[in-house]
Design a protein around this ligand. Structure first.
Ligand code: FES
Ligand SMILES: [Fe+2]
Length: 318
């Protein structure tokens, strides 16, 4: 292979990532999940707690979502009926008094908010060191019930996150006017970035100076808010999860203030979906260059890449 074609495979980053929409897992339900390059099982106990465990039983290896059932607060293996609690500990083996100490499953740290169930992934099994933000307007009575979209893309999630820090591609890929002036602010223990772009918006009510505010939490969660249109509130919450190192699932949730015509929310969402569809063929066919040739408009990308290093256990070129 020509040296110039050498690509670099990024590992799966550490952080909080969505594994499901909350409403898709009801009490008593058991679901297969493939995320972080692993087979997992997500279930909701009868009391309503979402639990994520490794998929294969420590006994003879049955997949716990293939016939496994929720019994009270436990998950019962479909093969010999061992039962596991929310910590992954085996709490009952039929006809056995003693439970072997190794009879346990890895149980993942889980939080549920913003209509999604998130799991903490860390390559070295370190505990969570930042929190999934709570988006107050999701479920707020003045805001519309959120619209949801799921899109799978065959690319490492860092390429999707990098898009926000790449103003130069907006003109070429998305047909927007020249790159808007943008400011980036890194803060909150370093896990958070806020990007603000100034742009003029033409609407039927006139032309307004608006600000597009994008906040990024870890590698994979972000909010996009448009400010400056009088009386109009929009909130897009974006979650990107690593199905494995080369496949990502985007989950988008959009809500707008109820005073806005409902079609505006629909138009807004379909506009964003169209925008991402413009990016997809580029993402799915590109290679990752750890040391790209950069030009003077790329300084935000360079800064973003330095920031991303904290989310990888194996420190290398990212
Ligand atoms: S394989 Fe799960 S109980 Fe035997
Ligand atoms: Fe883009």
């Amino acid at each position: 292979m020509n040296a110039a074609q050498t690509s670099h495979q990024l590992p799966i980053p550490n952080g909080w990532f969505a594994v499901a929409w909350s409403r898709d897992v009801e009490a008593g339900q058991v679901e297969k999940v493939h995320c972080f390059g692993r087979d997992l099982v997500l279930f909701r106990t009868r009391a309503g707690k979402a639990v994520l465990v490794d998929a294969y039983c420590p006994h003879l290896g049955a997949h716990l979502a293939v016939g496994g059932r929720v019994v009270g607060e436990t998950l019962r293996c479909p093969f010999h009926g061992w039962r596991f609690d929310e910590t992954g500990r085996c709490v009952e083996i039929p006809h056995c008094k003693t439970i072997p100490p190794l009879a346990r499953l890895k149980s993942w740290d889980v939080v549920e908010r913003n209509d999604m169930i998130f799991a903490w992934h860390h390559a070295e099994e370190k505990p969570p060191d930042w929190e999934v933000p709570t988006i107050g307007v999701i479920g707020h009575p003045d805001w519309t019930p959120p619209r949801r979209v799921d899109i799978d893309v065959a690319v490492h999630l860092q390429e999707l996150a990098e898009n926000n820090f790449d103003p130069a591609h907006f003109e070429v890929v998305h047909g927007t006017p020249a790159p808007p002036p943008s400011e980036y602010e890194y803060g909150q223990n370093g896990r958070f970035v806020r990007a603000v772009s100034q742009m003029q918006r033409e609407t039927p009510m006139g032309t307004f100076d608006t600000r597009l505010v994008r906040e990024t939490f870890g590698l994979g969660l972000s909010t996009v808010v448009s400010e400056g249109l009088p009386g109009v509130g929009t909130m897009l919450f974006v979650s990107v999860s690593p199905l494995d190192a080369t496949h990502s699932r985007m989950r988008w949730l959009l809500t707008v203030t109820k005073n806005v015509a409902d079609t505006l929310g629909e138009d807004f969402m379909s506009g964003i979906v169209k925008g991402v569809m413009d990016d997809v063929p580029i993402w799915e066919s590109k290679i990752h260059r750890a040391n790209p040739v950069m030009c003077e408009t790329d300084k935000n990308i360079a800064e973003f890449r330095r920031w991303t290093r904290q989310f990888y256990s194996s420190v290398g070129d990212v």
